[in-house]
Write a protein that binds this ligand. Structure first.
Ligand SMILES: [Zn+2]
Length: 83
């Protein structure tokens, strides 16, 4: 059984999906945004709000090879930036 703690939701449509890994959530979110032009968001259950906020704001490291893709502190690498 997986613990699906990361929920990706879209504010522009009813898209909602949960994932057990941050990697999958990131991919799904980026894909949804790039294919639909919507603005999707994510929430991480089971983490302290401060950690979740840190993950959302991130930017702690601009380097793609800065290691841990499971870390909520890794910056988004969406193909096109939000306006
Ligand atoms: Zn959507």
């Amino acid at each position: 059984m997986g613990t699906e703690n990361i929920v990706v939701t879209c504010t522009d449509c009813g898209f909602r999906e949960s994932f057990s890994t941050l990697r999958d959530a990131r991919v799904a979110l980026a894909e949804h945004e790039s294919t639909t032009g919507h603005t999707a968001d994510w929430e991480i259950n089971g983490l302290a709000p401060g950690v979740e906020q840190a993950g959302a704001d991130a930017g702690v490291c601009g380097s793609p090879e800065c290691g841990n893709s499971e870390s909520p502190l890794l910056e988004w690498d969406t193909p096109d930036d939000k306006p």
